[in-house]
Design a protein around this ligand. Structure first.
Ligand SMILES: Cc1cc2nc3c(=O)[nH]c(=O)nc-3n(C[C@H](O)[C@H](O)[C@H](O)COP(=O)(O)OP(=O)(O)OC[C@H]3O[C@@H](n4cnc5c(N)ncnc54)[C@H](O)[C@@H]3O)c2cc1C
Length: 278
């Protein structure tokens, strides 16, 4: 079966076929089936109305599921989304950014998915639809493990939602790979920082990817950053004790110890960028 629905309702009906697989940009689906026939029922989401684009409704920023990384790079968004835009620029190459979608990145649930850390710092949630209705889940509950999500059979993601960040929020994303371009992350970090009128950090969100089955927020570091005055350099606070939520593996890209060492430097650089120090 190859279905190309025009509406979310039609897509949900097509997804009710047992074993149906959603297809967005195909940049994860096709490589995963390289050399093998793609024999599952496919539901091509590329023609579904309203699934692509960025809008703001009632204080919520809505990224349609089929919004591509290139759409995000080009979008007129406040500095709180600079981290997400920087991540978008790091997803593969321009060709991949033109095809690959925000929802595809989340549903693929790779530990090295570059979109996840910035979206965690933005407190994103995921909107889902199926033949039996709609629901929303925090992103932190949507990705449940290594390449596992809370998607139920027959369900599709319709949007990624973030609350409108406070005015003045700044953000950054830093990725370390084996080379500068077109590479899977060894480690990456995202940060969003909000300062009060006195220049003190009112709130901070820091997330790290590629160092655990699912990207993690570093809550203890966030707590220590809160209240830091304008004279202090937040990046100097970052220490190995903040990395306890991480559980990196050793693989062809790096050893676990290297990932932990690199995490301290990458988080520090991310904080410097998010606070305008570099
Ligand atoms: C050469 C190359 C380089 C890459 N580099 C990077 C990189 O640097 N960083 C990075 O993070 N990723 C990278 N990727 C992976 C990929 O491009 C991204 O994860 C991309 O965002 C996937 O989006 P897609 O639309 O192509 O997903 P697809 O391949 O269409 O789908 C991926 C998964 O999500 C599911 N899915 C898609 N949309 C929905 C939906 N709306 N509802 C329910 N399920 C859905 C599909 O069923 C499938 O399981 C790379 C891929 C390639 C081929």
């Amino acid at each position: 079966m190859y279905a190309r629905p025009g509406t979310v309702e039609e897509a949900a009906r097509a997804m009710a076929v047992p074993g149906a697989l959603a297809l967005a940009g195909g940049t994860d689906v096709y490589p995963a089936h390289a050399g093998k026939p793609l024999s599952v029922p496919l539901v091509d989401l590329s023609r579904v109305q309203g699934l692509r684009g960025i809008s703001e409704v009632d204080g919520v920023i809505r990224f349609g599921a089929a919004t591509t990384w290139s759409d995000i790079i080009k979008a007129d968004l406040p500095p709180a989304f600079d981290g997400l835009k920087a991540a978008a620029r790091e997803v593969g190459s321009i060709q991949i950014q033109n095809r690959g979608t925000i929802a595809g990145n989340l549903c693929n649930a790779s530990p090295a998915a570059d979109g996840v850390p910035p979206l965690l710092t933005l407190d994103a949630s995921v909107e889902l639809a199926s033949a039996s209705g709609r629901r929303a889940l925090p992103l932190s509950a949507f990705i449940t493990g290594y390449r596992r999500t809370a998607l139920q059979p027959g369900e599709i993601v319709t949007a990624v939602l973030t609350p409108k960040p406070p005015a003045g929020a700044q953000s950054a994303f830093v990725k370390l790979g084996a080379r500068r371009y077109l590479v899977i992350s060894i480690i990456m970090a995202a940060a969003m920082v909000v300062k009060d009128a006195q220049g003190r950090i009112a709130s901070a969100a820091v997330a790290v990817g590629a160092a655990s089955p699912v990207a993690q927020r570093l809550v203890a570091l966030e707590r220590e950053l809160r209240g830091l005055g304008p004279g202090a350099r937040p990046s100097l606070l970052v220490a190995p004790r903040h990395l306890s939520p991480l559980s990196p593996i050793a693989d062809v890209r790096a050893s676990a110890d290297y990932r932990l060492d690199a995490a301290v430097a990458v988080i520090a650089e991310t904080l410097d960028r998010a606070t305008g120090l570099v």
